[in-house]
Design a protein around this ligand. Sequence first.
Ligand code: MIG
Length: 796
Amino acid sequence: MQFGTLLRSIQFLGLAGSLRALRYGVNRDLLDRTFRKARTKAKIEPRPPGPLQWAREIPHGVELKFEQAALELLLLAPDVLRITWKPGDLPIPYSIVGNDWPGDQARLEEASDEVRLLGSQLLTTISSEGVLRINDLDGLCLRADDAPLLSGESWAQTSPLAPQASIYGLGERASGWNLRGGNYTLWNQDPGGSYGPGHDPLYMSVPVYLCLQPTGHYLLYYENAHRGEIALHDDARVCFERGALRSYFIHGTPDHVLDRYSQLTGRPPLPPRWSLGYHQSRWGYRDQQEIQAIADQFKQHKLPISVIHLDIDYMQDFRVFTFDPEYFSDVKSLARSLQEEDIKLVAIVDPGVKVDRGYSVYQEGMRDRSFCTLPNGKPMLSVVWPGWVHFPDFTDPAARDWWGAYYPRLLDQGIAGIWHDMNEPTAFTPWGDKTFPLLTQHSFEAQGGDHLGAHNLYALLMNRAGYEALQKARPESRPWLLSRAGFAGGQRYAWNWTGDVETSWEALRQTLATMMGVGVSGFPFTGSDVGGFSGEPDRELYLRWFQLGAFSPFFRTHSAIGTAAREPWNFDEEIVDAVRKCLQARYRLMPYLYTLAWFASQRGTPLLRPTFWTNPDSPDLWQIADQYFLGPDLLVAPVLDAGLQERQVLFPAGRWYGFWDESDLRGEATQSVPADLTHIPVFVRGGAILPLEISPHEIELHVYLPEAGEMRGLLYSDDGDGYGEFRVDHFNGTRQGDTLYLNRTNEGEFDWPYGSLRLVVHGAEMEALIVDGQRSDQHGKRAALSLFNEVAIKLI
Ligand code: MIG
């Protein structure tokens, strides 16, 4: 243990707390030694599958028996292949939802030295030694796996990679954008304190990656939640400590494979609309009066805001599901008063339950045996904020229900959303693995298991318990959960944020790559603590981070206890004005963002998309990690370095317009654009029809004329929460000579919510319009319309 770590620990936990953490650490080490010893005994030399003995066709696939192993290949669809090597237990399918796959026609062909599985899109060959190759039907190799090796319970596999292949994902990573050239651990972990670039692993590991390569792109998901390692160098080497080696290979473009992957592991539900607004948070808001005052200040400064978060300060001595009777004695009236300003409250929930005989959650958890145990049957004792704690066993369905039954205590106080922290799970220990002893016992739906298998699933199942509880308690509202940790499939329950990122320019730069990686790992809703968690950003770093936040899916300022106040008005007026400009843009973009959120709920598409998204066949775009698309139409080029007044932007082919001004640019080109401190460069694709909300009743449709081709826009609307009617308006435009034709079609029953609609044209001016057959002599850039079906516009 480092001296600094010790000091920090004493500063945060006090002496008694640090001693507890020390004791816990020693105990965990002892237990882990026992655990590891028992496993090492079983360890034998790595063993290949051995020679193939037989193969037989099964519906949509093939089964192969090797001397020492069995392999099953199943075509769930023409482009989705499931590959399962045994021995090893198959996982409880916590991460999987889709099991109504159509399958694909599959033919088995046997040659002397290999077996072939011929589907309608993929040809998979397996050598008699167990080497696997997936080709497309033109014979191009998409993926190859050497024969895997089994050591004891642990499978390892090496897969050669094409030299140019770029790899992205693996959940939340503080590495370069392209993961090639690094080693990654699949084990959810609180870095302790804050983290910067290079730290691995972080809170959320997902064993899924996207591979772009010249022969064709794919996504690979390993359905295995045990601790694992993955090294991506000349080849990809993966090993898992236990379990069958099961993977899903999905062939196609990034857009397509994310659609398929979210079909497999679940679509992210449509969030309540308020969650796309601005969130203000900090660790250390002292009492509810302070929170009221913060809300008042936002109003005074004309800074729009939708949500304020309550960090652990609101609880009574960190007892989960309680409110401090002195400082947060009447959160209900706080919530009511904030609601008048349309501000929601979100409250943090930590899984550790304080050991305290006088505390009902503890008593009831003990009574119902809801906690994780040690092999001797006693509840596992751990240490977090409340001191000694027990942790609920979320792999136990009864414990999930038991836990969920406390959520109404928060809802009844007016809490609108829940923030799950510490669910890696994290225990305080000054060294080593900051989690439970590996031999901690988990129910696994009554099948039994240990923490080696349950660790990476802990957050997924805590989030499931929370989500189901919110659904049950408030069936008329959409649950909103934020979670620090997660696993594949977690997008069904919660949003992600990137945790305790340090306050530095390096960390800001890192954040964009991290968020893009989270997106391609199946989590479309992610964001970072604006300004960094741990430190005190100067005005420039603060504003640059705020600008990135405003164009991220989840937009929240948050910081650690003890840091200087970071609400906008703590900076000078120039900064406050620039912050206001970002906030106003965020709220104008609300219909666009909400439509993206809806689209994600249908297709799994991330909101924040890498530059290669629609051009994955252009390798020039594969390494770009300092600009991105927000949805299909906004190109965002945040400033990620100090002192810049301009930056380079790569514009893909086509015409591009300034979002803030009338600048007009042509791709494909790399161009320098102005980026003074108060300005984040954002551009709109020519061909976009962008809906901007001016007020809840006024919308503008901005039509950006393309160089050539059609214009398109999508607008999803509903009540903003609940499960009532919705509508989707599709706007399409074509240009013939100097006439622009726009038409609108819609689906859904929800009434058109806007009283006023304005058309704004970019790239030309209007001379006259015919709106549903009626001539209108408005001209210039803007025209007021009714809800049209067809407009013809004469342009000049
Ligand atoms: O041990 O709740 O990442 O956002 O402010 C630290 C206190 C616990 C870690 C979270 C951070 C939060 C803090 N939490």
